[in-house]
Design a protein around this ligand. Structure first.
Ligand code: PGA
Length: 247
């Protein structure tokens, strides 16, 4: 894993946008799994600005949804698909036909999950995974403990994730208790991964991801065994005086 520490969130977002733009320039039809959550929003805004200047072309990308709450449709304000649409798909002009959803209201959830993994596989795997880091070390909703070969599936959210996601909707009671998540196996196999981490609240878990052993109890630490992983952290998350590890 490579670790890049930036001065602040703005620099983290610009650096992430640079990396994503390089991938898109090299492969305009890249298969990308794109997280929601607060952390990648600055990078997405930066990409949208570059698109408005015609500096990048994004409409041929193939975009995969990372996770979704169970029983929540796109019209619900908590829908992660809705969030991805507002923050990523619409500003980057990606047509619905080029998006692979995780539908939390599907009647046959097992079939939905199987179809998702088959579609990722048919696409040749993810070219790029843009991920955030959960306060409990989750990737997507791969909650601890998660085995490295876990498929795309329905999961129960941990109390930590419920509490953390309450930030988005203002009330823990609003956060659904179950979700669909892209599996650990397809995420760990991505050819390139950007793990974006911002803020002092992530410092302890970030150091476990980078410096600790690769263990299922810290799902993101399993990235240590994957190729092409870059962690982009701001100084608030990494700590100004910490030696830069990774490699
Ligand atoms: P955040 O979420 O980017 O809003 O901190 C990350 C996550 O919980 O996966």
């Amino acid at each position: 894993m490579d670790l890049i520490v930036t001065a602040d969130y703005a620099a983290l977002s610009r650096t992430a946008a640079d990396r994503i733009a390089e991938t898109i320039a090299a492969n305009p039809t890249a298969a990308i799994v794109a997280a929601t959550g607060d952390t990648p929003m600055g990078a997405y805004r930066e990409l949208a600005a570059r698109r408005r200047r015609d500096a990048i072309r994004t409409d041929r990308l193939r975009v995969f949804q990372l996770d979704e709450y169970l029983g929540i449709g796109p019209e619900d304000r908590r829908s992660l698909y809705g969030w991805m649409e507002r923050a990523f798909l619409a500003p980057l002009g990606i047509p619905a036909a080029r998006v692979v959803r995780l539908n939390g209201t599907a009647s046959d959830l097992a079939a939905t999950c199987r179809a998702y993994d088959e579609t990722v596989c048919a696409a040749g795997g993810f070219d790029l995974a843009i991920l955030g880091l959960g306060p409990n070390g989750h990737l997507g909703f791969n909650e601890p403990p998660t085995a490295p070969d876990a498929p795309t599936r329905v999961v129960d959210l941990t109390p930590e994730s419920v509490a953390s996601n309450a930030r988005y909707w203002g009330d823990p009671e609003e956060v659904p208790r179950r979700a669909l998540t892209a599996g650990m196996e397809v995420l760990l196999a991505a050819r390139q991964t950007l793990l974006l981490v911002s803020g002092a609240s992530k410092r302890a878990i970030l150091h476990r991801v980078v410096d600790g052993p690769a263990v299922s109890d810290v799902p993101a630490s399993l990235l240590q065994r994957s190729a092409g992983v870059t962690i982009l952290a701001d100084e608030a998350a990494w700590g100004v005086n910490s030696a830069v590890g990774g490699g």
